[in-house]
Design a protein around this ligand. Sequence first.
Ligand code: AMP
Ligand code: MN
Ligand code: MN
Length: 324
Amino acid sequence: MQYERELRQTQAFLTEHDDFLVVAHVQPDGDAVSSTLAVGWLLSCLGKKYVMVNEGPIPKRMAYLRQAERIVDLSAEPLNRKFDYVICVDCADFKRVGTTKELFAEGAKLLNIDHHPTNDGYGDINLIVPHAAATAEILFDLIHFMGLELNETIATALYTGLLTDTGGFRYSNTSPKVMAAASKLLEYGVDGPGLSELLLEQMTLSQLRLLTRSLNGLQLTEDGKISWVVVTDEDLKSAGAVHEDMEGIVNYPRNIQGVEVGLLFKVIDEQAVKVSMRSAGKVDVAKVAQSFGGGGHVRAAGARVEGTLDTIVPRVVEQVRLQL
Ligand code: AMP
Ligand code: MN
Ligand code: MN
């Protein structure tokens, strides 16, 4: 009932206004990019004007997504204007939109479409479905609710969001509904195996180099329940790797038998560290992430923490230990 009401409010927001800004979280993943494009597609179906923007570049790996090149990289191409109507997708909290908030007009109306249980409902309109595996799943429902007909392009985008946020339909968020949606999307001609190969199997050489280098420093607590890996800028440089090449590294400490929580610490700059957290199920890492100003899901969460590695690592490990 609540879902239907929120879908109706969302539809009204989209149909009653025009000239939208569509944004997703910083360092966008498959779900963030796909959801941005899906909202863009939906707005074009309604004959609306819109601009899609991200704080930084779209991962190269996602260049196959049609219209991905239309997502403005704000770090490379400043926009000298503001928007009264903003749609945020896959952003657990307002901070996650990053520098794109400079484009929000004062008093701008915000539509918040997201699937993180830690989402605080920062929008004027909120379409938040904590049980959805991906924001793409919510957009799949919205498109259906609005009576729009999918095509291969948009189906490929939605499938990308489902595939990446479920780790290839393997994580515990892979509900019957996700599989039914994926099945429907395949009927529109989505190349499922091709996308799995591209997004989940293939690695660049620098990605592999970064992985081997960082796994060399893997740490484990004495009881074997918490394991972590650190990636410094030096690691990135020496592997010739970029930020998106760290995707997936956090799974290695988590995959060790007996480990309950795997962590990845990535040095952002002298002031901050990005922490990625993965749980085998016992520990709610969203809670841990929230205590450091971040958020996420029970089994996958993250936070940007101010400080240096030597203070942050023991603090985070200690917080996880308290949850065990
Ligand atoms: P990641 O470790 O970046 O793959 O993120 C894991 C999950 O936690 C994703 O659902 C993210 O959206 C969420 N997440 C990551 N970083 C943050 C953050 N700083 N604040 C809130 N949620 C986050
Ligand atoms: Mn995301
Ligand atoms: Mn997501």
